[in-house]
Design a binder for this molecule. Structure first.
Ligand code: SF4
Length: 411
């Protein structure tokens, strides 16, 4: 997730658009208590589809019809095979009478205006604001999920509002933002809504940001790339075993996603949540850096986020700051040029330094940018081109309104 930057407290306190009561839904929760057994491998919800479709249903974007009215979804590597009446692993798709439907078209469960740095995206339109939307569901089962109230829920179980694609774009334009971010839960699972909104946003002059676990098949990803401007994708670890143990997925499809984004020329940044005792393995991390460099080169920023105990991993301690500092140094020694430390206010790793002359380019204090030394696309001091899409600020202070001091967390 979002880079699933939406803590439980903030979800409850700050979500701008929420309608139904969530209280009654808690009894329907498919998990036992946090820390207890989980359905980490994901499962089809047999016979769980509604008898009739609701207003926010939309025929699925990519699926195949099989015999006996069965269907198989083609959006993500889970490739859910659903008989009539079944609900998908991500909880947001159902087979009704031999057709596959998304239940999240135009009914987001979270709508909010965020600073773009919160995604986190540090090298794309800095200090701009982004209209952020999410719908219920996820194709992963991360034990450390920050947003499990919406990611591990069925669309009817969460508060939601009506916001069809054209309305979302209209609201975004009225809010004066420069982009729309598909975020918080897992946009792969509301692909239909994201694609329609992104197409309308592009036509309206807005950028599209995809904040994702990257667990998507090649064909829908290529379609998405036609309307996508930037992405932050989680690289949760560099171990297939860990992906299965902590997240309920596989590593290789995520690596494929990074390669495709790179080949398509999409600006992307990577996020790794340093889950204590699991992801903080230096040997695995070095292999991960080697893969990044070989497959996508040195210029895509890497965010190393401090883990805080959440959800089913409440027993683990937070990542020590010294570990984050050390892993940042490892990644930079390996050759990745822009490596950031997140969820640690005031850490030197919040800032951007020129990879050539090492002078301070962007100083960040929370979401406040008191120092900005990039002119056009270049370092003001040595003229080196800095990877990313930068505003042409001539200097001075940049302030995201109403955003100072917020933490970044990710799931
Ligand atoms: S997007 Fe959802 S329905 Fe489609 S394959 Fe993935 S988990 Fe299954």
């Amino acid at each position: 997730m979002d880079s699933m930057s939406w803590s439980r407290r903030r979800f409850i306190g700050c979500t701008a658009v929420m309608l139904c009561s969530a209280g009654s839904s808690m009894a329907l929760w498919p998990f036992s208590t946090p820390g207890g057994p989980s359905d980490i491998h994901g499962r089809i919800f047999k016979g769980d589809a509604p008898k009739t479709l609701w207003k926010w249903s939309h025929e699925a974007y990519a699926y195949r019809k099989l015999s006996k009215d069965r269907v198989v979804c083609g959006i993500c590597p889970n490739r859910c095979l659903l008989s009539p009446g079944d609900r998908s692993v991500c909880r947001s798709k159902v087979n009704v009478a031999g057709k596959l439907y998304s239940l999240t078209y135009g009914n987001p469960c979270a709508v909010h205006v965020d600073p773009i740095e919160k995604k986190p995206l540090f090298h794309f339109l800095p200090a701009s604001r982004t209209f952020s939307i999410a719908a219920a569901g996820c194709n992963f089962r991360c034990l450390n999920c920050q947003n499990w109230e919406i990611s591990q829920a069925k669309p009817h179980e969460v508060r939601h509002s009506e916001l069809f694609p054209d309305q979302a774009v209209e609201q975004a334009l009225n809010a004066g933002v420069r982009s729309i971010a598909y975020t918080y839960s897992e946009p792969v699972t509301f692909f239909e809504y994201m694609m329609s909104t992104a197409s309308a946003a592009k036509a309206g002059g807005l950028k599209n940001l995809w904040i994702s676990n990257g667990y998507i098949n090649q064909k829908p990803l290529l379609d998405l790339c036609k309307v996508l401007d930037a992405a932050n994708v989680n690289l949760k670890s560099y171990s297939d075993k860990l992906y299965m143990k902590l997240n309920g997925g596989q590593l290789q499809p995520v690596l494929n996603t990074f390669k495709t984004l790179h080949d398509q020329g999409i600006h992307f940044e990577m996020t790794t949540l340093m889950v204590t005792g699991y992801v903080d393995d230096p040997d695995m991390f070095k292999r991960m850096c080697e893969w990044i460099l070989t497959a996508t080169g040195p210029d895509h920023p890497l965010h190393l986020l401090r883990f805080f105990p959440r959800y089913k991993l409440e027993r683990l301690p937070p990542t020590p700051v010294s570990v984050l500092t050390r892993f940042r140094e490892i990644a930079m020694a390996e050759g990745i040029r822009y490596v950031y430390v997140g969820n640690v206010p005031g850490h030197d790793g919040n800032n951007t330094y020129c990879h050539q002359c090492h002078r301070l380019l962007v100083e960040r204090r929370g979401y406040h940018i008191p120092t900005f030394n990039i002119s056009g696309q270049h370092c003001k001091f040595c003229g080196t081109q800095i990877p990313g899409v930068w505003n042409d600020h001539s200097g001075g202070q940049i302030q995201n309104p109403n955003t100072a001091g917020r933490e970044m967390v990710t799931g």
